[in-house]
Design a protein. Structure first.
Length: 185
């Protein structure tokens, strides 16, 4: 019996679709924490993260036979997660600008004063990022926080790969501008 923890997502999908549906558990374990974090980052609705995550896994399970084997499974499941999260945002009762957890890792310092300064910088940065619209926030989150490639972001957001870099670059510029304006006050 193969070690299902060591095979790729795509190979695991083939095994599940061929009849071993109980192995879907392994995909849940691989993605549960990452998708939970992504959902919260996009929606900022802590109380609804589990419901959205459950819907994501139900849709993925139901649609697994239609999964396009030419795509990466991670892009496919992030796309489902993106859609479920955006549906919640679009329902009208979530603020226009969605807050986001820290994804700027300044690094570990030995000096207590430096750590305090770094925490203050992270908080300031987070406040600046909160002012971004979802158009720029989503690519930034996927690239820096979820560590997705431009190609994966392109698949998830359904935008041309060339636009991914542009959105990330413009998002970073906007964050910088917002932070400078905030500090000038």
């Amino acid at each position: 019996m193969p070690d299902y923890k060591k095979i790729t997502d795509e190979e695991l999908v083939k095994v599940i679709v061929s009849g071993k549906k109980e192995l879907f558990y392994h995909l849940i374990k691989r993605y549960e924490i990452k998708l939970r974090r992504y959902i919260f980052t996009i929606t900022n609705r802590k109380n609804e993260v589990d419901d959205i995550l459950q819907n994501v896994f139900l849709k993925a399970y139901k649609n697994l036979p239609t999964f396009n084997k030419n795509l990466k499974f991670s892009s496919w499941i992030y796309r489902i997660t993106h859609n479920e999260s955006v549906n919640l945002i679009g329902s009208g009762f979530i603020q226009k600008f969605i807050s986001m957890p820290d994804w700027f890792d300044i690094g570990h310092k030995d000096n207590i004063e430096e750590e305090i300064d770094n925490e203050q910088i992270k908080k300031q940065l987070k406040n600046c990022v909160e002012k971004l619209g979802i158009k720029y926030k989503e690519p930034l989150v996927l690239f820096y926080y979820e560590e997705k490639t431009y190609e994966e972001i392109s698949d998830i957001l359904r935008i041309p790969i060339g636009n991914v870099g542009i959105l990330i670059h413009r998002g970073k510029l906007q964050v910088k501008k917002i932070c400078h304006e905030k500090n000038d006050r």
